[in-house]
Write a protein that binds this ligand. Sequence first.
Ligand code: G3P
Ligand code: CA
Length: 315
Amino acid sequence: MRLLFVLLVLISVPISSVPVSSEYIPEYLSVQKNRKILVAHRGASSYAPEHTLAAYRLALSQGADYVEQDLQISKDGVLVCLHDLTLERTTDVERVFPDRARTESNGRRRWYVSDFTLEELKRLDAGAWFDEKFRGERIPTFQEALDVVRGRAGIYPETKGPEVYGSRGFDMERLVLEFLKKNKLDRPGADPRTPVIIQSFSAESLKKMAFELKTRLPLVFLINSDPGGKWLTAAGLKDIKKFAAGIGPAKNLIENDPDLVKRAHASGLTVTPYTFRSAATGKYRDVREEMHQFLYTYGVDALFTDNPDQFPRER
Ligand code: G3P
Ligand code: CA
């Protein structure tokens, strides 16, 4: 009888009564009800080399709710964590494999991740470029990243360059979802201590995961700019809602148009801007003040930061 009553109450709550104010943070995003969410951008990457296990561990110790992984694919089809499609910015690939670059039309030499097997990638140093004390850090596989983060925070993988990998015979979206399935993380709430959100700058990549591969995991659409007004109008946001649960706009898009947060919330989308870092705070005194403004004045739900230790938990 009691169960029947609860069911009747639930059925009678119209969808439209779900609050969409700036204080509403949906269950999927929230680690704790209505708590603002801290996503460690490439780990605690102001203090440790981005996308190393050292950066991920530091982010966890600094209270990250989620740790971000930008994903690339090795020649032998393994998902690894690295921001760039190429290796030369954050590893010593030029020294270890001097003859393995592709030369672009402008003469620039590039060492693509997908030209190297995992065994070769593991020979590279991914820490010393940042600081000598991190020498010996390696490019982590997605599995190694998950093993460090699991049970302590959520993961927030990004499909990087999915169309480039597609042109090289890889199916990045399928690889990511198969990886999550293998790790029993392919359903929302599968491991409450390790929520999963997938992000991409590619609407096509997200649509493929939502409609073709039918994931139910929350997807966040990253938006760097919106020159023709395609996405950030009320109509554009409504379109995004068809395939994503939230938007991840560059922070200047909100700074220049704070109403964007209200429009997105009105469309049922969460808002997670990027990237807040102590090295670039614009008009703000410091990164804590900047994050505070976005979280508590502009009303974003979450944000990506290189400085997890500066995230203002209180209003
Ligand atoms: O994914 C959020 C933010 O990381 C997007 O920028 O270039 O650092 O991946 P990027
Ligand atoms: Ca990213």
